[in-house]
Each structure stands twice: as structure tokens, then as C-alpha cells.
Design a protein around this ligand. Sequence first.
Ligand SMILES: Nc1nc2c(c(=O)[nH]1)N[C@H]1C(S)=C(S)[C@@H](COP(=O)(O)OP(=O)(O)OC[C@H]3O[C@@H](n4cnc5c(N)ncnc54)[C@H](O)[C@@H]3O)O[C@H]1N2
Ligand code: MOO
Length: 406
Amino acid sequence: MRRSVDEHLEAVLGRLTALPAFDQPLLEALGLVLAEDIVSGVSLPSFDNSAMDGYAVRAEDLAGATSETAITLPVVGEQRAGRSEPIVVTPGTCVRIMTGAPMPRGADSVVPVEWTDGGTVHVRITQQPPLGGSVRRAAEDLQAGQQVLSRDTLIGPRQVAVLAAVGRARVKARPRPRVVVVSTGSELRELGGPLGEGQIYDSNSYTMAACARDAGAEVYRVGIVDDDPKKIMDTLNDQLSRADLVVTTGGVSKGAYDIVKEVLSQTGTVDFPEVAMQPGKPQGFGLLGDVPIFTLPGNPVSAYVSFEVFVRPALRKLMGQMPYQRALARGVSLDGFSSPAGKRQFVRAAARSGDEGWMASTVGGHGSHLLGGLSRANALIVVPEDVTSVRAGDQVELLLLDEENR
Ligand SMILES: Nc1nc2c(c(=O)[nH]1)N[C@H]1C(S)=C(S)[C@@H](COP(=O)(O)OP(=O)(O)OC[C@H]3O[C@@H](n4cnc5c(N)ncnc54)[C@H](O)[C@@H]3O)O[C@H]1N2
Ligand code: MOO
């Protein structure tokens, strides 16, 4: 089976539905998508209060006050934030007030302490405040009963702020997908230990775990499984109960030990298309039980690009986070290179934005094993299937890997 990138992505997304939402403690919902409309039970502010430390007054009592013609008023009480007493500002008096304290009855304005001598028994005031000056009005921000946020909003710090202000300790949100990451390959060793002849560190499970966590998932990095059909099947079956999605790497091309493809082909529920892309040609996707599984190619850059192009949009769909795909930016390629006919090529690049828009230089080589170059890249130049050469100065499309698409 051969597919274009778009066909494969469509096939993948078509098999997925957003995870069911549930009530989450407010801070746990950071980074998640709201699954209810939020109607405020309170008004914000919920009472008239002072915006300044100073004196609550009746503005008309201070008509004509200047530094030459200061007006002195008796201070008949004090209002602090959180402590409200039944004090009344009668004509010709004032109350000392702190920021956030409820306005006393009778007062209509606040004189900031800077316009006064700061007196506590009498206060000398050198400026008339405008009527309503430095008063924060009840409900000027939000009315009780008003919709504050709508479902499908991504909950970031600013949304947490308003949810907390209206007293929502819990909100209904789509959870983080639980992603199980498995590396396959008998040549792989865990980081930190010694390497024997022909062995390499398992970088993919760390890369995939980092990508998944970066996309908002909760990750279980299982690590390395040998190229052994029974071990692979047993590991996957063991993990399914805690997975909303499984990602494996390795074992999906044409080698004698490409076991993942061999064992999962037998389930009949996982497809192994060749996708017209470079890197990332051998792909696998399907269901194990009811859990979606991606079997990505083992070459480290192929696995990374495959995650970016297919798995990240899939995770965003599970989280209900639109748009699923990053928007492509337009830019100029500062280098020329060739590209295979009939395949979409993703070229590692260092991109920067300047006065003339985005400029991208290629980094490292094309080889799917070259992680040094990948670590210096912040973009992929996306070369369409029908383009076989890009010249320096050509307009290109860029996947900006560090840009959030919220
Ligand atoms: N005769 C053919 N050979 C290959 C083809 C092909 O069409 N015909 N396709 C090539 C392409 S393209 C890719 S991509 C790879 C995909 O191979 P597999 O998915 O089967 O992966 P492996 O063979 O297991 O490993 C490939 C490569 O990646 C290294 N690797 C694997 N896992 C990890 C890991 N966890 N951490 C770091 N490096 C890893 C592995 O050692 C190999 O070097 O197949 C090509 N071959
Ligand atoms: O398709 Mo492979 O991913 O080019 O190295």
C-alpha cells in the first residue's frame, strides 16, 4: 500500500475521536481544552472597592482643593481589604481606605494617599478627585450569570486566572492522552551503561517521550524491547490498559528482523503503508484492541519527522485541540538542494525571522541517522511532491517546530 502524506494523515485522524472529558482540579487543567461553557456564579468585582490606598470621600466636598487651597477633612474610620465595617461617609468627612477594601456607604470617590498629608485623625487634601475616581465598580469586569469562557478554549495561565477569580476549583476538560512509548531493536541499550560492539543508545524512546510530553501527553516510556515477536506482543498487550495511544519505533521496513511489522500485520488491525515522504517512508498505524498504535520507522530523524507530521496532530485530536496541524509559514531558502520526485521532503533547517520574513538555512545532511543536524534545526522545509529542486532564494514552506499552534 502506498499513500501520500495527506492520505495517511487523513486515514489516521479518521480513526480517532477526542478523549471523553472529565472534571479536573483547576491547575491540572492547564494546557487542556475546556469541555464546558463556563458561566460565572459571581460578578467581578463582586462589590465596589478602592483601586488605591487613600481616602474614601464625597468628591463634591473637595471642590476647589489645590496645594494652595487644601481642604482638611476629619477621618472617621478605616476600611481594609477583607475587613468591612458599617462605616458611613457623611458630608464633610472621609474614611481611610486600602486598595481592594469595600467602598464605605456615602463615599463616591477615592483620593490617593499621594494627594494628602497621610493624616489619620484629620487629613489635608490638595486635589479634588473626579467623581468615581479610583473606584472599581461591582460587575464592571463580569456580571454574575455571564459566560466567561466557552468550551473548546485552551486553558492557559490567563484562563486559569479568570477561572480562579470566579471560584471554579474544578473544570470539565479533555484529559492528557496517556502515551506508551516502546523502542524495538536488539542493538539498543539504555542510556548510561556501557556499549558493546555494534550497540547504540536508545535515543528514540527519549525523543518520542519528549515529543509526546511537549504535545501535552502523559508519557510512559517503556524503553527497549528486543527484536523478538513474543516479547514485542507481550509488552504491547501488557501496556494497553494504561494507554490512550502507543508509539513504537523500529522494525517496520524490509529487514529480516523487522519484527514489529511482522507481528502486528498478523493482527489484521494495523496497516503498514509506504508513505510518499522523506524521511519517514515506512509507517504503521492501526488499533490494538481499541488503542491506536503508531509504529514509526527506527531511523531517529524519520521517527522524529513522523511524530511531527502524524502523531502530534493525532494527540491534538485526542485532546480536542484545534488546529491539529501546525500552520505552514512562508519563507526563503538560503540554500539550494534537490528533492526526490513524487515524495514530500522534510528538510532540516535553521530558520529565523527578520525584516524580510522567514529565512531558512539547511543544517546537517539528509541522512535519517543525523541527529546532530536535527538538534541545530528549528524548522523543516516542506518540499512538495512535484518539486525536484530548490534553488537558493526560492520561496519555500516551513514547519516551524518551536512555534505553538494554539
Ligand atoms: N532494503 C530496504 N532497507 C530499508 C528501507 C527500504 O525501503 N528497503 N527503508 C529504509 C528506511 S527509509 C527506513 S526509515 C528504515 C526503517 O527501518 P525500521 O523501522 O525497520 O528500523 P530499524 O531497522 O529497526 O532501524 C533503523 C535504524 O534506526 C536505528 N534505530 C532503531 N531504533 C532506534 C532507537 N530506539 N534509538 C536509536 N536508533 C535506533 C537502528 O539502529 C537502525 O540504524 O529502514 C531503511 N532500510
Ligand atoms: O523513510 Mo526513511 O525514513 O527515509 O529514513
